[in-house]
Design a protein around this ligand. Structure first.
Ligand SMILES: Cc1cc2nc3c(=O)[nH]c(=O)nc-3n(C[C@H](O)[C@H](O)[C@H](O)COP(=O)(O)O)c2cc1C
Length: 218
């Protein structure tokens, strides 16, 4: 059942590092994360809930990373990047001699990607659009951080126009896609080479992912 590009023989364990500073006001991220909480093999780790004053426990975070094969950064897009706690998490947890540098091999071979929501429409995230860069281009620091740590960086899973998603039905389409992506990664049925090269992970999730969810250009 596994694709030639994905030779893993046991299910991957997935860690979702979730960062939303005002979850009670979230419409989309809350729904996305609720759609994957119950999945066997998936650990949802709410960073703002765990560390409301940003006092990150480095040994505990490193231990969590070691227990998982896939690291997902799930967050709303804030100023073309992540909410602040994810930067703090990176600065403290990805230590020299542990994540990179001499003897820093703890994350080698793991898979990582961002799952994010944008206020702006898909059309804005292109050369001619008002944001000028694609979401993937704007995530270059994440790409290079993964590379430095020996991790495989996949294209981001993106929900655009999140403030305009009119109905619960619109959000649930995306939630279903997100859940499918994590299941495929967990079970080794995702084409990792395509996922690494794609502009957005949504593009490799089958016909509906490519035309339906990705097609929200407004
Ligand atoms: C501080 C802040 C910065 C934001 N920066 C961006 C941005 O750079 N690009 C963008 O498309 N949307 C931006 N937004 C909109 C958020 O991405 C949007 O509100 C969020 O994705 C909605 O998800 P939620 O329902 O889970 O809160 C920003 C919002 C806030 C509050």
């Amino acid at each position: 059942m596994f694709r030639a590009t994905d030779m893993s023989d046991s299910p991957r364990r997935i860690l979702v590092l979730f960062a939303h500073p005002v979850l009670e006001r979230s419409r989309v991220n809350r729904r996305l994360v609720d759609a994957i909480r119950d999945l066997p093999g998936v650990t949802v780790h709410d960073l703002y809930e765990r560390y409301p004053t940003l006092g990150i426990n480095v040994p505990s975070e490193q231990a969590l990373l070691l227990e998982h094969d896939v690291v997902v950064f799930q967050h709303p897009f804030y100023w073309y990047s992540t909410p602040a706690i994810l930067k703090e998490w990176q600065d403290l947890v990805l230590e020299h001699g542990w994540a990179y540098g001499e003897g820093g091999n703890a994350l080698v071979g793991k898979i990582t990607f961002n799952a994010l929501t944008t206020g702006g429409p898909a059309l804005a995230y292109r050369r001619e659009g008002y944001n000028r860069f694609t979401v993937r281009e704007l995530l270059t620091p994440y790409d290079q951080t993964a590379h430095l740590c020996g991790m495989k960086f996949l294209a981001p899973f993106v929900v655009h126009s999140s403030l305009k998603l009119a109905t619960d039905h619109d959000v649930s389409e995306h939630s279903t896609r997100y859940r499918e992506a994590l299941i495929a990664l967990r079970d080794g049925t995702m084409d990792l080479d395509r996922a690494a090269k794609a502009e957005q992970l949504n593009d490799v999730l089958g016909a509906r992912g490519a035309s339906g969810v990705m097609g929200n250009a407004s």
